[in-house]
Design a protein around this ligand. Sequence first.
Ligand SMILES: [Cu+2]
Length: 160
Amino acid sequence: MRFRFWVFSATLALIGCGQDSGAGETASAECDGDGIVVVDAWTEPARAGQAVSAAYMTLCNGGDTDDALVGVSFAGADAVEIHLSSMEDGVMRMTPISALALPAGQSVSLSPGGAHVMLIGVTDTISANSPPSFTLQFETAPDASVTVDIRTAKDHSGHH
Ligand SMILES: [Cu+2]
C-alpha cells in the first residue's frame, strides 16, 4: 500500500504542477453578465481508471450579490473536489476547499497552478469524442450544467 500511495502522490504533484506564475492565487477581473456565466471550461483527456485529473474554467458572477462555487458533480469520477494549489517552500501543494468565492461583478479563473476542479478516480474515459458534462453548485445561484472542452496542456511536460 505504501507504493500505491506514493504513485498517487506523484500523480497529484504532476497534475497540480502548472505554470509557476499565479500559483496559489486566483485571477479575477471585472465582468458583466446575467447571473453566473461559465466560460472556457476545459480538461485534459483521461483514461478510465486514471487516479486523478483536473478541470479548469472561468466563472463570471454578473449579478449584484456575492456568491460562491460550493460543489461540482460529474458522473465519470468517484469524487470531485475544489482544490487550491499553493507553493510552499518550493513544493506545490493542493488543499481542498469547501467554497470558492465569486464576488459580484468579478470573474474568477480556475487555471493550472491555481484553483482547479479535481477529479478523483476517473471512471469514464474523457476524450474529445466523449466530453464530460459537469453540474456546478453555487451558494445562491441555481445549479448550472457545463460541457467541458478537451485540451492538452503542453506546459505539463518537463516538470516532473
Ligand atoms: Cu487538486
